[in-house]
Design a protein around this ligand. Structure first.
Ligand code: FES
Ligand SMILES: [Fe+2]
Length: 434
């Protein structure tokens, strides 16, 4: 058994570099993080009709997310029960049944095994087909159209798992009637970095903006030329709500529009936001956030999953999301803004990937691997307000990353969910601050 104690100190924010490069720790991560937590599978707008499906992953396990002919959303391990072939090899589509391309076993869109070539002649009708349907993901549920799956039947419900973080998710996903939809398909690419560098950055690394992205901002990418300036007089925080979820939080009406048309659109929905979210939240904005472990969002607007592919490889799956009720021309402008800023060709995305790749390489050298990472900015300055959930780190802070890695280490050392502390709804106690 590898030593998993002491890798993360959430009080000081020091994290062992082993957590980014050690193969045994990575295997443990697949078991104790990804096989036990709720991971993002897709959005309801991708599978509106019976038979609609998309492929997904939980960790390295392929998952088929499908709405069955009766309209129920299911998720299954996407491997044939016969000899393990990928049952569905398409990214998305509509099917009443899925036929394995190896020997032809066929599964209904409810996961049941419905056809076996040679059932009479070669199996003598002795194969119990009831027993050989696709392996279901133990728990599947959705929040505001976002569908998550969890392989652990003992895990808390999705509602409990997201907990206080729902307060912040709503600002992006529930500000208009009809919620959001994903447009333009999924973009996938591989980065040679550990997945946690991406997840932790997207909890809201406000510190790197003024260095890594400054050139892109100066030329006005994504309307970003004035982003830092616009935040200068704003009360801003990093926030972590327990359970590893974290985001940035600005006490400022959202004016993140990439151009004046988008800004006008955001202003035009203000009253609707007040109706749906209340006065307080209609006047809050969040730039970046991560739902532990690997689902992140950004107001550009994009959501993405950082799929782990080994300690030093991450497959990014990114989508553009828009308000379903937005005018078509606004949706198109937002899609283009997403492509230009983030996504595989996005200017900001290039900056980030370069950093994370090199950070990962620095965890692999014999001596450099023995060092620690520093997530200690703003320790002891954690605070809270009665009007918003979670603990706050004022201004630019690394409270979000400390919350993220605290959760990671709690899961890594725990043998079961019963041993994992619940920081949710903590009334601002129990997160180990003050
Ligand atoms: S592996 Fe699927 S039918 Fe044989
Ligand atoms: Fe970035």
């Amino acid at each position: 058994m590898i030593d998993v104690q002491g890798l993360v100190d959430p009080k000081t924010g020091l994290v062992s570099r082993r957590v980014y490069s050690d193969r045994a720790l990575y295997e443990l991560e697949l078991e104790r993080v990804f096989a036990r937590t709720w991971c993002f599978l897709g959005h309801e707008s991708q599978i509106p009709n019976p038979g609609d499906f998309v492929s997904a992953y939980i960790g390295e396990d392929p998952v088929l997310l499908v709405r069955d002919s009766r309209g129920k959303i299911n998720a299954f391990l996407n491997t044939c029960r016969h000899r393990g072939m990928r049952v569905c090899r398409a990214d998305a589509g509509n099917a009443a049944a899925f036929t394995c391309t190896y020997h032809g076993w066929t599964y209904g869109n409810d996961g049941k095994l419905v056809g076996v070539p040679g059932y009479k002649e070669y199996y003598y009708e002795e194969l119990d087909m009831e027993q050989w349907g696709l392996v279901p993901v133990a728990q599947v549920d959705s929040y505001k159209g976002l569908i998550f799956g969890c392989f652990d039947p003992e895990a808390p419900s999705l509602d409990e798992y997201l907990g206080d973080f729902k307060f912040y998710l709503d600002i992006h996903f529930d500000r208009r009637d009809g919620g959001i939809e994903l447009i333009g398909g999924v973009h996938k690419w591989i980065m040679t970095c550990n997945w946690k560098f991406a997840s932790d950055n997207f909890t809201g690394d406000g510190y790197h903006l003024q260095v890594s992205h400054i050139s892109a901002m100066k030329v006005g990418m994504g309307g970003g030329g004035n982003q830092l300036g616009r935040l200068a007089g704003t009360e801003r925080y990093g926030v972590e709500t327990g359970n590893g979820h974290a985001c940035t939080l600005n006490f400022q009406r959202d004016r993140l529009g990439a151009n004046s048309e988008i800004q006008d659109y955001i202003e035009s929905i203000y009253d609707e936001k007040v109706d749906r979210l209340g006065d307080l939240r209609a006047n809050l904005s969040t730039g970046a956030g991560t739902v532990f472990p690997n689902f992140s969002l950004l107001g550009t607007p994009t959501i993405r999953v950082w799929q782990p592919r080994g300690p030093d490889k991450t497959e990014v799956w990114a989508w553009c999301f828009v308000d379903k009720a937005a005018p078509a021309e606004i949706k198109e402008m937002q899609r283009l803004n997403y492509l230009r800023t983030f996504g595989m060709s996005g200017t900001f995305e290039q900056d980030d990937g370069e950093n994370w790749n090199m950070c990962t390489w620095s965890t692999q050298g014999h001596i450099s691997a023995k060092q620690v990472m520093h997530y200690g900015m703003g320790t002891g300055k954690e605070t809270y307000r009665e009007d918003v959930p979670g603990w706050l780190g004022p201004k630019v802070n690394e409270i979000q990353q400390r919350g993220f890695y605290r959760r990671w280490s709690e899961l890594i050392v725990a043998d079961s969910w019963a041993e994992v502390p619940n920081h949710n709804g903590n009334g601002h106690n129990g997160n180990g601050y003050h």
